[in-house]
Design a protein. Structure first.
Length: 486
């Protein structure tokens, strides 16, 4: 390349001194193959063909920087400085890639090589020769390749994100945790403001999880009638296909906006389908129009399949848990739940060295109720007693049906006086409650044992002592509460 430029330089120097018609043809040919020449001594310039398709007012003059105005603004200073170094004799070679403006206002990419082939004693250029190459096609190919690589990289990142999301969604069998994790993780690939997961329960869509609202718990109290004509949710569920609205006010004017949220403009609903049956809906909201794309829908659809599986697993687990831990008749905890959760509360009291109370309750003369009114009526009495106990105890307390007409209470952080007050209050409420199915008063007796459990002590000791106190109450006239005394 350097030898070629030197050879062209000698030829150009000779031609510029005495130009003939044939010489014009040679110079034209040189220009066509991309050669450019600056003769600093005479001011003569040969432009390469690259500079031919320029705006009408374009000029290539070394003493005039007009041509710099047609170099892309992002490249202009770099080229200006590089040429200044050539003009000042600080460097002898020019090697740059830049963009120049076409006549139609577009830009072409130029790869330019240049070299000073003749200079003064102080190394200022006398003759500068170079080659320009139009590399626009190459740059276009590079850009397409770059975009393709970025798209593939983004796709790979999305797939990895989806894999992580799916892993997180399926990591728990707890319904609440599954729902909350799902909504938080989806934000990693879909830019929504508020979202919810809704379960189809009979004639209603019930929100079981929400994200992004001022009070997510309030949103989880909402239910929507199903089906509803002209409802996008209904259409998504009935068609079993995702739906996107770029302007919900136009597509569904009756859309419900919770009063404590901003106005929702964009909406996306993805049906949750398990074994071919719709079980719910993933609903995502945006505060701007046209917020969701077709690609967002595709991603949501992929995630929805895994959400459906995770929800179904959580529901099955919840159902199995209820069957294992809840009393089928009364709906409160059963003996197994008492053994599991009561033991955990007891172990917590040991670690924290705090008081815990165990109370045993027994319905007075319950055998008489069954014998006189029948077991069906007796079951109603059991249900009512269980309902009252559940309503009156604290959230941290545990109530369970221990067996037959016996109930057990675990009261963490509660000493004997407080436990007696709580259980006796419960006794009085039950005594005053009505039982129209038998039209008579029902009473209970209770026994309490309280203490600060120590290491290696068992809950069975507390339970046995509470049972002793219970029989003390029953043997002393019933309808009373007694505490254990050594």
């Amino acid at each position: 390349m350097i030898l070629f430029l030197i050879g062209v330089g000698f030829l150009a120097e000779k031609l510029f001194k005495n130009i003939s018609l044939e010489d014009e043809k040679i110079l034209s040919t040189l220009s066509e193959i991309g050669v450019f020449i600056f003769n600093y001594a005479t001011g003569e310039i040969l432009s390469s063909k690259i500079w031919k398709d320029m705006p009408d007012n374009f000029q290539v003059e070394r003493e005039n920087t007009n041509f710099l105005d047609y170099i892309h603004k992002d490249d202009r200073n770099r080229i200006k400085n590089a040429l200044a170094d050539i003009d000042g004799g600080r460097v002898s070679e020019f090697h740059e890639i830049f963009r120049v403006q076409n006549r139609n206002g577009s830009y072409k990419w130029v790869h330019s090589f240049g070299r000073t082939v003749n200079c003064t004693e102080d190394e200022k250029p006398l003759l500068f020769i170079g080659l320009d190459f139009d590399i626009s096609d190459l740059k276009e190919t590079e850009e397409k390749l770059r975009i393709s690589i970025e798209q593939e990289k983004k796709k790979a990142e999305e797939l990895e994100t989806i894999r992580q999301i799916v892993s997180q969604i399926g990591s728990s069998l707890d319904m609440e945790e599954t729902v909350n994790t799902t909504l938080k993780e989806i934000r990693r690939i879909i830019p929504y403001q508020t979202g919810s997961i809704q379960l189809l329960q009979g004639d209603y869509l019930s929100i079981i999880g929400a994200e992004g609202f001022e009070n997510n718990k309030d949103i989880c109290k909402l239910q929507f009638k199903y089906p509803v004509s002209d409802s996008l949710s209904t259409k998504a569920l009935q068609d079993k296909k995702p739906i996107r609205s770029d302007d919900i006010s136009q597509d569904f004017p009756s859309f419900t906006h919770p009063h404590f949220t901003k106005i929702i403009y964009s909406w996306m609903g993805i049906p949750l389908i398990s074994h071919g049956e719709v079980i719910g809906l993933l609903a995502l909201d945006g505060y701007e129009k046209n917020q969701f794309s077709c690609h967002h829908m595709e991603l949501a659809e992929i995630i929805a399949d895994h959400i459906s599986i995770a929800l179904e697993n959580a529901m099955l687990h919840e159902k199995a848990y209820k069957m294992a831990m809840e009393d089928a008749l009364t709906g409160i905890g059963n003996r197994h739940r008492f053994k599991m959760e009561g033991r955990l509360l007891f172990e917590t009291a040991i670690r924290s060295e705090t008081t815990i109370s165990i109370a045993m309750l027994d319905i007075d003369h319950f055998k008489v109720v069954n014998d006189r009114f029948g077991h069906d009526k007796g079951d109603l009495v059991l249900k009512e007693i269980a309902r009252i106990c559940s309503r009156e105890i604290r959230l941290i307390d545990l109530v369970a049906r221990y067996g037959g007409e016996e109930f057990v209470l675990v009261l963490p952080g509660t000493g004997a006086p407080e436990a007696f007050t709580a259980v006796d209050r419960l006794r009085r409420i039950i005594e005053k409650s009505s039982h129209p199915e038998i039209q008579q008063t029902v009473t209970i007796s209770g026994g309490i044992y309280s203490g600060v459990p120590v290491q290696n002590e068992k809950i069975s000791k507390f339970l046995a002592n509470a049972d002793i106190a219970l029989y003390k109450a029953k043997n002393s006239g019933r309808n009373k509460v007694c505490t254990f005394s050594e």
